[in-house]
Design a protein around this ligand. Structure first.
Ligand code: GLA
Length: 676
């Protein structure tokens, strides 16, 4: 295309203000309720993920106070929501009304609503579209819709979460519509959250019934759960829009089962999916890091964008996810989520986003809080389980005032195919590669790396660590040879790298990177019980992986003796799908033999349908044994895996086709054979 035509076209598109996003048709016309409530996804707090049934009025009042004092209110959080267990088991015999629990809410709900309203906030409450709520400690609303809705309205409630337990088989649309009508009759504006867990495809009908609908079962505070819900909710993007939102469940940020980096991913992904942002941690004990995540206004602005489009998956290459979310005014949010265990470099381009052609784009990094100019390749090196969230401006003629963008990151070599680079055996030197690529139109001046290894470790640069002028498109890459000293005790360590450079306007830009390392325990010679060894890394679907006991699913040490169909094992590893446990072998072992099966601590219902799992053994990147689908009915199955030459053993418990509820997978009596 001739240059003049190009300039004309881009001027034209500037004038018209059009931006087309490839593969992104706008959501279908909203069939939202006509009440104008929840024009953006509701933001607030709900106590369930933090406290379960242990709720009381002090918690709710304190949360409202903290909303104000900590800046959460200013950041947009509004609803303070009470979950299950707030009422007495019996209704008032005279009036038929719900009665607040005398011990937990001695002041009554109206007084709490007054407290919350006085802070400029709103109050939410909970019940179930059934005879009892899920915790069975209080009555549900089925058959009592009018009186319950009126009671809530009389108390000044602003939000209702209506759950699905004990529903007596009455069709969901009927149950949820009845409460919609009852709420409407009260005349009070009440945001209505449909919580039937995605069982009846609510994305197809619930826009006409409520303002948000759960699309999934319950979240729990694990990486596996968060990623599972992401995968269920992401494809439903076309159903969401102002006044009618997909709800992949409340936030777990701050509850301790994930790292802060993982919580930043959780928060970024929920914002990208225009999910309700309901804080699920106890704010009275939240760390500054947790508050910093929850208060990131630039990320919140993506969630709360008035266009109300749920971000869509542009691509997912083996866990390297690219999401795009069109924003009001023509900006685009680009979310780069790295689900994998190693740093990865990936992204998209202005052309792929369908942005009008510009010499350069102004890009805001919403976690780094930095603004740069980028020539049109929005690629980032993203750490394992990390997320880069970028806001790309549709056009900005002043792009040249910004410093150039740099793709900065650290790559670690792997001790074996498919093994995360974070595993670094003591005494073995490795080379960490720090690099930056100039993605702008302008030069980077005086680009310099800094590098910090754990105390006492030797780290030497193998080539120059800086460059006076890094031209557009040029890469500076420096290897650092790092040696964890022989005899380093097994454990977790951190490695840090930094980048500084200047733009032609002398603005100084600085970036940092931190990497978690694991020094693994050397494996003993001969035959050992795997249950007695220390793993290098472990992930689990519910609670932590257990050693020599089954997986209780909540906290460390809450399991029972490992038992598969009545057969008890003294040694082994208790997991809950989706789980993955890595042991460092250092190419010294030959085989593993283990009995696998679902623990007798399984789905307790009389006719369980859950409690299935698939057990896999991997030697580096090769699968050496696979149990096929095991159910709670099956006896243990013996698996044997050849580990010859492998650096790492990876045992994996996957959920069956029904997802991963109640999938307590036992690795019972595992025996590892290694050379001297
Ligand atoms: C269900 C809901 C949860 C929570 C509990 C309360 O499991 O999905 O979000 O409200 O009930 O018992």
């Amino acid at each position: 295309m001739a240059r003049t035509t190009r300039v004309l076209l881009s001027t034209l598109s500037l004038l018209l203000g059009t931006v087309t996003i490839v593969g992104m048709s706008p959501p279908p016309p909203a069939a939202a309720l006509p009440d104008g409530l929840a024009p953006t996804p509701p933001m607030g707090f709900n106590n369930w993920n933090a406290t379960g049934c242990a709720i009381d009025e002090n918690l709710i009042k304190a949360t409202a106070d903290i909303f104000v004092t900590s800046g959460l209110k200013d950041a947009g959080y509004q609803y303070v929501n009470i979950d299950d267990c707030w009422a007495e088991l019996d209704r008032d015999p005279q009036t038929g009304r719900l009665v607040p629990n005398h011990v937990k809410f001695p002041s009554g709900i109206k007084a709490i609503a007054d407290h919350v309203h006085a802070k400029g906030l709103k109050l939410g409450i909970y019940t179930s579209a059934g005879t009892l709520t899920c915790a069975r400690t209080m009555p549900g609303g089925l058959g009592h819709e009018d009186i319950d809705a009126q009671t809530f309205a009389d108390w000044g409630v602003d939000y209702l979460k209506y759950d699905n337990c004990n529903n007596q088989g009455v069709p969901a649309i009927e149950r949820y519509s009845r409460m919609r009508d009852a709420l409407k009759k009260t005349g009070r504006p009440i945001v209505y959250s449909i919580t039937e867990w995605g069982e009846n495809r609510p994305w197809e009908w619930a826009a006409a019934v409520g303002h948000l609908w759960r699309t999934t079962g319950d979240i729990n505070d694990s990486w596996a759960s968060m990623v599972n819900l992401l995968k269920l909710n992401a494809p439903l993007a076309p159903a969401a829009g102002p006044g009618h939102w997909n709800d992949p469940d409340m936030l777990e940020v701050g509850n301790g089962g994930m790292t802060d980096r993982e919580y930043r991913s959780h928060f970024s992904l929920w914002a990208t999916m225009a999910a309700p942002l309901l804080i699920g941690t106890d704010l009275r004990t939240a760390t500054p890091q947790t508050l910093d995540i929850l208060r990131n206004r630039e990320v919140i602005a993506i969630d709360q964008d008035p266009l109300g489009a749920q971000g869509r998956v542009l691509r997912n290459d083996n866990g390297q996810w690219v999401f795009t979310k069109p924003l009001a005014g023509g900006d685009v949010a680009v979310t780069l989520f790295n689900e994998t265990e190693s740093a990865a470099t990936f992204g998209t381009t202005a052309a792929e986003l369908g942005l009008s052609r510009q010499p350069s784009y102004v890009v805001r990094d919403l976690w780094e809080h930095s603004t740069v100019e980028n020539a049109g390749t929005f690629v980032s090196t993203v750490p394992p389980h990390g997320t880069a969230l970028l806001r790309v401006q549709r056009a900005n003629r002043d792009w040249w005032r910004q410093p150039p963008a740099g793709d900065f990151g650290v790559r670690l070599p792997s001790v074996g195919t498919g093994v995360p680079g974070s595993i670094v055996p003591a005494g073995q030197p490795f080379t960490a590669t720090v690099s930056v690529a100039n993605q702008g139109r302008l030069p980077m001046l005086d680009a310099r790396f800094e590098f910090s290894a754990p105390a006492g470790w030797n780290a030497q640069p193998l080539n120059p660590t800086g460059k006076l002028v890094l031209r557009p498109g040029e890469v500076l890459s420096t290897g650092y040879q790092v040696t964890p000293p022989a005899g380093t005790p097994p454990g977790d360590f951190h490695l840090g790298a930094g980048l500084t450079y200047r733009s032609i306007f002398r603005d100084e830009v600085s970036r940092t990177w931190s990497e978690d390392l694991v020094v693994p325990e050397p494996v003993p010679a001969g035959v050992s019980d795997l249950g007695d060894l220390h793993w290098a890394t472990a992930r689990n679907g519910f609670g932590p992986v257990e050693r020599n006991m089954s997986n209780g699913g909540i906290k460390a040490g809450d399991g029972k003796p490992l038992t598969i169909n009545g057969h008890v094992y003294a040694k082994g590893i208790g997991t809950h799908a989706d789980a993955q446990v890595l042991f460092y072998l250092g190419k010294r072992c030959t085989s593993i033999t283990v009995d696998v099966g679902i623990d007798d601590e399984r789905d307790p219902r009389p006719d369980p349908t859950q409690s299935t799992a698939i057990f896999e053994i991997w030697a580096d990147g090769v699968q050496v044994a696979d149990s096929g689908l095991r159910t709670w009915r099956d006896d243990a199955l013996t698996l044997t895996g050849n580990l010859t030459g492998a650096s790492v053993l990876r045992i994996v418990t996957n959920g069956g086709p029904d997802g991963f509820r109640w999938d307590r997978g036992d690795w019972a009596g595992p025996v590892l054979t290694c050379d001297p």
